[in-house]
Design a protein around this ligand. Structure first.
Ligand SMILES: Nc1ncnc2c1ncn2[C@@H]1O[C@H](COP(=O)(O)OP(=O)(O)OP(=O)(O)O)[C@@H](O)[C@H]1O
Length: 359
């Protein structure tokens, strides 16, 4: 049987890496005075997982609706697999919509149909025979780890299982793109991790291209290759996930990251003063291979030592991304030497203030 999936595979995948599945150029969609989408240019490359993150009202839903042709941009271009969709009629859009599989926050399963019927439904629309549909549904349920549930009804499933059915259904017709719209927002952390792991697995196994819409940086960190940050209808920052985590340039990205990046503990922050009394507190950001060994080196370079107040090193896409807070004794040239040492090793250092009493 030929596979309905876009195939992954060594060299072939490497060559296709930069091929665009979706390309938006200068897309605008205004509602009265509200620029819901305000000049968005964004490309989703074949085989990648692109995370699109933004706060409520940033324009994510409008962008999705433009992508599947439910909303027409005021201007700009949207290409799916190289084909311009903005001028197409409803009828012309139908086959293109089927190139995009979608999964949703609330799963959107049909409660009166069994799991296998839900999964097979898109194939009915494609005109597949019952036998072929059920065989494909069985294959997909196996892929998402739900082989034993084919005859169950959605009401008998957990949230995580329902989303697995949603994923199987979205993949049924062999889409070019899987669009995940807040697909884990209704799930607990453990189930979220399992579903994200499954998406990552399918991406690796099948080379499936995924556009992941979310308001949670945690989700982006777990599985995305690249991230684009949308704010007030504009893409304000875009890049490899590790790079944006290591060096968020905009206030909105910093704010979206604030919940999951180490920050100076409140009780220390409350005691910070600007006058040069007591220990100097430094905020240090560093990405790259040196992050893990930097502190050992700093220890050797500073006669008076230092205090690790908070923070650590995490690994994103095989890159180490470090963020920590140090207390340096004020004596002699310790703080200046610490800053010079850290900057020499590529760290971004911020002098946050002094903590009186910590001498
Ligand atoms: N049909 C509409 N009519 C008028 N304004 C709209 C319409 N759809 C969206 N908007 C406005 O466009 C902006 C972007 O909305 P959108 O729903 O795309 O944001 P979002 O990022 O998806 O938010 P959420 O995460 O809350 O769903 C908001 O200011 C919203 O009020």
């Amino acid at each position: 049987m030929t596979s309905p999936f876009p195939q992954a595979g060594g060299a072939e995948q490497g060559e296709n890496r930069r091929e665009a599945v979706v390309r938006l150029s200068g897309v605008h969609r205004h509602f009265g005075d509200t620029p819901a989408i305000d000049g968005v240019s964004l490309t989703v490359h074949k085989g990648e997982i692109l995370g699109l993150i933004g706060r409520s009202g940033a324009g994510k839903s409008t962008l999705i609706r433009c992508l599947n042709g439910l909303e027409r941009p005021d201007r700009g271009s949207i290409k799916i697999e190289g084909r311009e969709i903005t001028g197409l009629s409803e009828e012309q859009l139908q086959p293109l919509r089927r190139r995009i599989g979608m999964i949703f926050q609330h799963f959107n399963l049909l409660s009166a149909k069994t799991v296998e019927e839900n999964v097979a439904l898109p194939l009915k629309i494609e005109g597949w025979s019952t036998e072929k549909r059920l065989a494909r549904a069985a294959e997909l349920l196996d892929l998402v780890g739900l082989s034993g549930k084919a005859r169950s009804y959605p009401s008998a499933l957990s949230g995580g299982q329902k989303q697995r059915v949603g994923i199987a259904r979205a993949l049924a017709a062999g889409p070019a793109l899987l669009l995940s719209d807040e697909a884990t927002s209704a799930l607990d952390p453990e189930t979220t991790a399992a579903i994200l792991e499954l998406l990552k697995d399918i991406n690796a196994k099948l080379g499936l291209t995924i556009l992941l819409i979310t308001h949670e940086m945690e989700v982006i960190r777990s599985i995305a290759d690249r991230v684009a940050v949308i704010d007030a209808g504009r893409i304000v920052e875009e890049g490899p996930v590790w790079s944006v985590f290591a060096n968020p340039r905009t206030a909105i990205t910093q704010s979206l990251l604030s919940g999951i990046r180490p920050h100076l503990p409140q009780h220390v922050a409350a005691r910070l003063v600007s006058e040069p009394v007591g220990e100097v507190v430094l905020g240090v950001d560093l990405s790259g291979p040196d992050a893990g060994v930097l502190l050992a080196g700093l220890s050797g370079a500073l006669a008076g030592g230092f205090r690790l107040i908070h923070g650590g090193v995490e690994h994103i896409q095989q890159q180490s991304v470090a963020r920590f807070f140090l207390g340096i004794p004020p004596a002699s040239d310790g703080p200046a030497r610490a800053v010079a040492y850290l900057e020499r090793h590529g760290a971004k250092v911020e002098v946050l203030g002094h903590v009186p009493g910590h001498d």
